[in-house]
Design a protein around this ligand. Structure first.
Ligand code: GLA
Length: 365
């Protein structure tokens, strides 16, 4: 693809290069951790990790063991997959962005049902029961993670994707969510109150969402955040940042990020990738320009005073990107190739550090 491609494990470390600005993260998956080459790459290049799936409710919740507890509120959790990932991060000296405590997706319906029933039409539990379950779940996860791995998690995605403006209900909230259907809008503040109770000192609490810079969606999220801020419940906004090379939208992203920064919250880019269907040299050069502009813009916002704490990529190499399934199309959206080499996009993100103002030039054509 490019003569400058280097072995990603031997190449200079992106995480180290950016250390004085913000953390550089990657979403990692259990199968990557079974591969020694991936372990070495992650250890070399990143200063933050997020579990792609292993810390989501569906992976933690154990229905059989929950039924055995015979408790209407407390559920049983299995931590092994999450713990393996946390142990890896600890061994590498990499900090963890915990993703995610409360989400409408990847949370089984039985969690919301009366008697923990998994019948597809089982009646849903009442609001207070669901909110009590939510609090118990959050406290149990936080207690476990902070006891077994003290100091490792630096922030928590407390609520993911509660806003859905297009079909959204009052305040743009996602009414199709079982959280909303059982507990109404209260589930959001209640989740943050529980997380504030359970967090360890210094851990930041985040709201996380996609397309969060689209004007109507941003308006709804800013309203939600200001309610949470009034109670001092939220510390950060997570912008997922799944972009598309055919319309990278960088100026719109920048003004959206600036509006979040003005709230005084910490800003994290939490799930960055740029969909790029071509592996050819030209497509990858365009991808590199887009990444260069994007990181130039983040550095500029940081210099202007935005509290940017982390930029996390959603994946490590092009080999395992979720976009291939999501888009039903080839995609080569990341900084490292499937054969563990640095791509031109890697050089562009490195170069953004050197080029200062120049990296803020026009986005990819
Ligand atoms: C959302 C979630 C992530 C992940 C992606 C798709 O962005 O926040 O956890 O599931 O979708 O992989």
């Amino acid at each position: 693809m490019n003569e400058r491609m280097q072995d990603a494990i031997a190449a200079p470390s992106l995480g180290e290069a950016y250390r004085e600005h913000f953390l550089i993260g990657a979403a990692v998956n259990a199968y990557m951790l079974r591969d020694e080459q991936y372990r070495r790459l992650i250890r070399r290049q990143f200063t933050s990790v997020t579990a792609e799936n292993e810390m989501k409710p569906e992976r933690l919740l154990d229905r059989e063991a929950t039924l055995a507890l015979a408790d209407p509120v407390r559920c049983a959790l299995r931590f092994d997959p999450a713990d393996r990932m946390l142990a890896f991060a600890q061994e590498c000296g990499i900090r963890v962005r915990y993703h995610t405590l409360v989400w409408h997706n990847q949370t089984p319906r039985w969690f919301f049902a009366e008697g923990w029933s998994d019948a597809p039409d089982a009646p849903l539990a009442d609001a207070e029961t669901v909110l009590a379950r939510q609090e118990a779940y959050i406290l149990q996860v936080m207690e476990h993670v902070n006891r077994v791995f003290p100091g490792l998690v630096y922030c928590w995605d407390v609520v993911n994707e509660a806003v859905e403006t297009a079909q959204g209900g009052p305040d743009g909230l996602r009414t199709r969510s079982l959280w909303y259907q059982t507990a109404g809008p209260a589930f959001i503040a209640r989740a943050f109150r529980a997380a504030r109770k359970g967090r360890a000192e210094g851990q930041l609490l985040f709201y996380n969402d996609y397309n969060s810079y689209f004007p109507d969606k941003q308006k709804a999220i800013l309203k939600l955040l200001s309610g949470l801020q009034a109670e001092n419940l939220v510390d950060g906004m997570g912008m997922q940042t799944h972009l598309d090379l055919s319309r990278p939208d960088l100026p719109a992203f920048e003004s959206g990020a600036r509006a979040y920064a003005e709230t005084g919250l910490t800003l994290h880019v939490t799930e960055m990738d740029i969909h790029c269907p071509g592996a050819d040299r030209e497509s990858q050069a365009a991808l590199a320009r887009a990444y260069g502009s994007f990181f130039g813009m983040l550095l500029r916002l940081k210099r202007e005073g935005a509290k940017i704490g982390c930029a996390t990529f959603w994946g490590v190499t092009d080999r395992y990107t979720w976009l291939r399934f999501f888009r039903r199309q080839e995609s080569y959206p990341l900084l490292f190739s499937g054969d563990l080499k640095t791509k031109p996009a890697f050089d562009a993100v490195m170069d953004a550090l050197k080029s200062g103002e120049r990296s803020t030039g026009p986005p990819a054509e």
